[in-house]
Write a protein that binds this ligand. Structure first.
Ligand code: SF4
Ligand code: SF4
Length: 63
């Protein structure tokens, strides 16, 4: 279970804004359901840019 980058897939609309923004390149869109996923969350900078840019508030960064 993710403990740093929490993604609410029910809210995610697959816009890709967070994926483009993430400086660590750990966010990606699942090819089948187009929902945001996180790969290696231990690389997360915890600056929460993704949380701010998400239009539907689907991401929460636990600091
Ligand atoms: S907080 Fe920063 S490094 Fe972590 S997932 Fe979001 S954009 Fe990427
Ligand atoms: S910015 Fe939000 S809605 Fe867009 S892909 Fe990322 S988590 Fe999903």
């Amino acid at each position: 279970m993710n403990k740093i980058v929490l993604i609410n897939e029910d809210l995610c609309i697959g816009c890709g804004k967070c994926v483009k923004l993430c400086p660590k390149k750990i966010l990606y869109l699942d090819k089948t359901n187009k929902k945001c996923k996180v790969s290696d969350e231990t690389k997360c900078d915890k600056l929460a840019g993704c949380q701010r840019i998400c239009p539907v508030k689907a991401i929460r960064i636990i600091k």
